[in-house]
Design a protein around this ligand. Structure first.
Ligand SMILES: O=C(O)C(=O)[C@H](O)CO
Ligand SMILES: [Mg+2]
Length: 255
């Protein structure tokens, strides 16, 4: 089983290059991040080369975070900014060798937002395709992100079908899916073909995957049995020193 450290949460107290080195030292197989844009891509690329870890993915900018924005691509009237964020993400992903970009929808609802999201995803997929980059969309749960445009896997599939691009996939975050829909095992089995990346955290507290209402030993074994070849993304809040939360990883390595 391979695992990716999400450096938006794990070792988030360290500069990104140091966090990449910490993930390597802890035994992760890959890393992924949220919004790396404050760090020059060359510094991230050098840390990746030094550790040999791949960067799996990153997110598009959220917009005006201080004003509470959480993505731009489903906001009618904001497509110029949304597409600039997509262009920026593609350039950064290319520079660090990341294969996935999560295009963030934002707080929105209704038909105009849906059409706007579909059009911006079409733009993202067309521009990412020539670089071999996959575009991801991720349903977020209503407790952490109330009012976010994309909340369920069914809605994500409808959007993906409307865009119709082969390089548009679902970010299946077990944490969000469990909170919104449950039935993780059946959903993983039936959606696997449409999934581009899998993430996890305990539910409901978004901690390490060694407690809470989801049995991750079962989920990991299922994903392995389904033949999923990619590292699974550990996207949990360590609530302190990350190294002190990695008992689950050591147990997986021993088992
Ligand atoms: O919140 C999540 O689960 C994510 O994966 C996003 O990348 C950050 O909003
Ligand atoms: Mg996630």
């Amino acid at each position: 089983m391979k695992f990716s450290a999400n450096l938006g949460f794990l070792w988030a107290d360290r500069p990104l290059p140091a966090a990449i080195r910490a993930a390597k030292a802890a035994g992760f197989d890959a890393v992924e991040c949220h919004w790396p844009y404050a760090v020059p891509a060359a510094e991230v690329a050098a840390a990746l080369a030094g550790t040999g870890l791949p960067m799996l993915g990153l997110n598009t900018r959220r917009g005006d975070v201080a004003a509470g924005e959480n993505g731009l691509s489903a906001l009618p009237g904001r497509s110029d900014e949304a597409r600039a964020a997509i262009d920026e993400a593609i350039a950064y992903a290319q520079a660090v060798g990341a294969g996935n970009i999560h295009v963030m929808a934002g707080f929105a609802s209704g038909e105009a937002s849906r059409d706007c999201f579909v059009a911006n995803l079409d733009y993202a997929c067309r521009n990412a395709a020539s670089h071999g980059i996959t575009i991801l969309i991720e349903p977020l749960n209503r407790y952490d992100a109330p009012g976010y445009f994309l909340t369920t896997t069914d809605q994500a599939l409808q959007i993906m079908d409307a865009v119709g691009a082969p390089n548009l996939k679902l970010m299946f975050d077990c944490y969000h899916v469990q909170l919104m829909e449950g039935d993780l095992s059946h959903r993983l089995e039936t959606l696997l073909r449409r999934i581009g990346h899998i993430q996890f955290a305990s539910v409901p507290d978004r901690g390490a995957p060694d407690h809470g209402e989801v049995n991750f030993a079962h989920v990991f074994a299922l994903v392995r049995a389904l033949g999923w070849p990619e590292p699974l993304g550990a996207e949990y809040r360590p609530g302190g020193d990350t190294d002190g939360t990695l008992g689950w990883l050591k147990a997986m390595r021993q088992g």
